[in-house]
Structures are given as structure tokens and as C-alpha cells.
Design a protein. Structure first.
Length: 403
């Protein structure tokens, strides 16, 4: 029987445990020697992923390519973290260590196909703690994909960076979109704490005379600059993925999954660029209106409004690719089937993003929560008031951002 010998267990409790148990993790100098003295063997615990969205952090995004400072003190990617933990854990000298564990959690939202590099290359240190992680990763690529796969190290680096910027490109703060967090294994939160999730500032809507404060692009210049750089790298990533889906000898489905993740990252980058374009077009509309050029002003406003359905269509295309590809290996989780209804009750101890929704729509949940639909309708209302004042046609099309 493997168990987790941690809080709320205390060192004094260990004597009451059967000696044949195996502790699935080392837990520091107050616990490890006591377990060993009692005859309980231990394993070194590691993970190929934590709570990072989309893809494990196999390669950390450089600080100068981030919009926000990195949270946490880790300076190494996941493979290096796994290997370092196994090779340097002090419990190797104080506990009866018999092996190692490398964990990964699909309920945090990642496809399990993304975990294999950490499982294999990181855990190689359990056999040879003095080994080089770069050598282990290179061996993994050849064994997992076959001898004809190319540029795999670059592929994994780009996947890691794209996924990290997917998160970093938005702001993070408290969310009311789910129940607050009751506590965790360290204690109860009193009061409960709101969960954290992504949000994005939107441009202001123009007024009825199409006057517009064109500051969104300036305020978000760094965000737009980085998005443009990562969009160019996404082109490179897509090319490497499609090439290897054709050339790899083994595990092509793994690369198909990666392609859908790269597609989600791309959709986000294109949306940021479109928001910048909207800001530019609304500024052009305001300039034309100030010069009495009513038709030109409406044309620019209409071009801005036309970008919203394009953003939505790209979002739905990206999600559709995820659903089609992932459900080749995952059983779909649906609200109801075969006369039964799924009871979806959110965990209030963990906030695993993959459990935010019943289906795979958690992949785009942050966009669904973005009030872009309300903003588009405000812009259209201002546009129509301006059009009415200048005897020009109204635009009465409805736009449902969440459709």
C-alpha cells in the first residue's frame, strides 16, 4: 500500500502505522528519518506538470519575453526539475528510498499526451542520477518518435513558450466565475478565498458622435509586440509539427494533440492582434467623424465590428479541433447521455481548470467570460446613433459572443 505521509499526519503518528506501508513522497528531516526508523520505505515524489495551462513548462520562457514577472522561484524546466529532485533529495541519505514517482494531472486541463517527456527523460535520473537531462531528452525523442523525426528539441521549446505566453498574455486576478476556495491541505481559509483566473482589458467604446479615446494600443504596446513575435514563432511551430506528423515513425497522434494546443495559442495571438486593429479602426472612425466625413467614419467603425465575428469563428474552430482530436483517445464528458445526467459540482479545495466545465470548453472559458459581446454591442449602438444623426443606414445585426 502506497500512501502520502504528509500533513495532517505528524511525526508522532508514524509509530502507529504498519511497517509494510510505502510512503509515496519524502517529506523533510522531521519525517523521513522517523519513517526509516519505523521500517517504512519511501519514494521520491516529482511531477512532469503542475497547474500550468496547455503544456508542461519543459523550457522556461525567458524573462525578457514575458509580460509579467514569473511566479515562483524555479529556474529549470520540468525535466531538469524532476532529475534534480531525484538526484539531490536529502532523503536519499536519511530515508529508505526504494524508487521515485513522477505525477501528472489531466484534470488540470492538459492532454496526457503532453506528459511523456517528463515521465521518461526526467525519470531517467532514477536509474542514473548523474546523467545529463539533455542526453535523456534526445534519447526520448528518437525512441518515442523514431529516427525520422526532426527538430524535436526546438518543437518542445516552442510548445512550452507558446503555452506560457498564452497565460502571460492576459492579466490574472480574482474571479467570480466559480465558487471560492474553502482551503487546502495546509489549512482552512476563513473567509474562503476567490479563485484566480485570467482577464483582459478591453478598449473603451466610442460615444454617439464616434469620439474615441484611442489609447488601448498604447497601453498594451508591449502585449501587442510580444503577441506579434509569438505569432511568427507559431508559424515556425506549425510547420515543424505538420512536417513531423508526416515523417515521425511512431506516436503521430501525440503530435496531432500538440497541433491543437498550438492552434489554441495561435487563436489567442490573433485575437490580441485583432483587438489592436479594432482600436486603430475606431481611432480612424473618430478622426473621420471629427472632419465631417460621416460615411468614412461609419466604414471604419463597421470594419472594427466585423472583426468580432472573425475572432469568435477562430475561437470555435480552435475548440472544434481540440474536441475532434482529443476525443480520439478521451471519452467525452457530457451533461447527459443514456438517460443519465452528470452532476457537475466544482471542487472547492482545488481549482483544476479542466474541471471548470463538463466538456472541453474550459479551453476557451476565459474568452467566454470576457465581456467582448457587451463591448461590441456598445460600439454598434454608438455607430447606429451616429448613423441616425447623419441619415445613414443602421446596422441591426445581433452578435452573441458566447454562441
Amino acid at each position: 500500500m502506497v500512501f502520502w505521509g504528509e500533513y495532517p499526519l505528524k511525526p508522532d503518528d508514524i509509530e502507529s502505522l504498519p511497517a509494510h506501508l510505502v510512503n509515496g513522497e519524502t517529506y523533510g528531516p522531521q519525517f523521513d528519518p522517523v519513517f526509516a526508523k519505523h521500517g517504512i520505505r519511501s519514494m521520491i515524489y516529482t511531477s512532469t506538470q503542475g497547474e500550468e495551462p496547455q503544456f508542461p513548462e519543459y523550457s522556461l520562457l525567458p524573462a525578457d519575453r514575458r509580460l509579467h514577472p514569473r511566479r515562483g522561484s524555479d529556474s529549470a524546466g520540468r525535466v531538469e526539475q524532476v532529475a534534480q529532485k531525484i538526484a539531490t533529495d536529502p532523503a536519499r541519505k536519511t530515508a529508505q528510498v526504494i524508487g521515485a514517482i513522477c505525477a501528472g494531472w489531466a484534470d488540470s486541463g492538459l492532454d496526457t499526451e503532453t506528459f511523456w517527456l517528463g515521465y521518461a527523460a526526467g525519470m531517467a535520473a532514477a536509474w542514473n542520477p548523474a546523467g545529463e537531462t539533455a542526453e535523456s531528452a534526445s534519447a526520448f525523442y528518437k525512441l518515442f518518435y523514431g529516427p525520422h523525426a526532426e527538430d524535436m528539441d526546438r518543437l518542445y521549446r516552442l510548445m512550452s513558450w507558446q503555452a506560457q505566453f498564452w497565460s502571460d498574455s492576459w492579466e490574472t486576478g480574482p474571479t467570480q466565475a466559480r465558487k471560492p476556495i474553502w482551503g487546502n491541505s495546509n489549512g482552512i481559509f476563513n473567509p474562503k478565498r476567490p479563485a484566480q483566473w485570467h482577464f483582459l482589458p478591453l478598449p473603451e467604446a466610442p460615444d454617439s458622435e464616434l469620439r474615441y479615446t484611442a489609447k488601448w494600443s498604447a497601453d498594451n504596446a508591449r502585449r501587442l509586440q510580444l503577441a506579434a513575435e509569438f505569432l511568427s514563432e507559431n508559424d515556425e511551430l506549425m510547420e515543424i509539427l505538420r512536417k513531423n506528423i508526416e515523417k515521425a515513425d511512431f506516436n503521430r497522434y501525440n503530435l496531432e494533440v500538440f497541433l491543437t494546443v498550438a492552434g489554441l495559442c495561435r487563436q489567442n495571438l490573433e485575437m490580441l492582434a485583432d483587438l489592436g486593429h479594432m482600436d486603430t479602426l475606431l481611432a480612424a472612425a473618430a478622426s473621420a467623424a471629427a472632419q465631417g466625413q460621416a460615411r468614412a467614419a461609419l466604414a471604419a467603425a463597421d470594419q472594427a465590428l466585423a472583426l468580432a465575428p472573425r475572432i469568435r469563428a477562430r475561437r470555435e474552430d480552435a475548440l472544434r479541433e481540440v474536441i475532434t482530436t482529443w476525443n480520439k483517445s478521451w471519452y467525452p464528458r457530457v451533461v447527459s447521455a443514456n438517460g443519465r445526467t452528470f452532476l457537475h459540482e466544482l471542487d472547492d479545495v482545488k481549482d483544476h481548470v479542466g474541471d471548470r466545465t463538463v466538456d472541453l470548453s474550459y479551453m476557451i472559458q476565459r474568452e467566454l467570460l470576457l465581456p467582448l459581446g457587451e463591448w461590441v454591442n456598445q460600439v454598434r449602438m454608438a455607430r447606429n446613433e451616429y448613423a441616425q444623426a447623419h441619415n445613414l443606414p443602421a446596422d441591426n445585426r445581433a452578435f452573441d459572443w458566447k454562441d
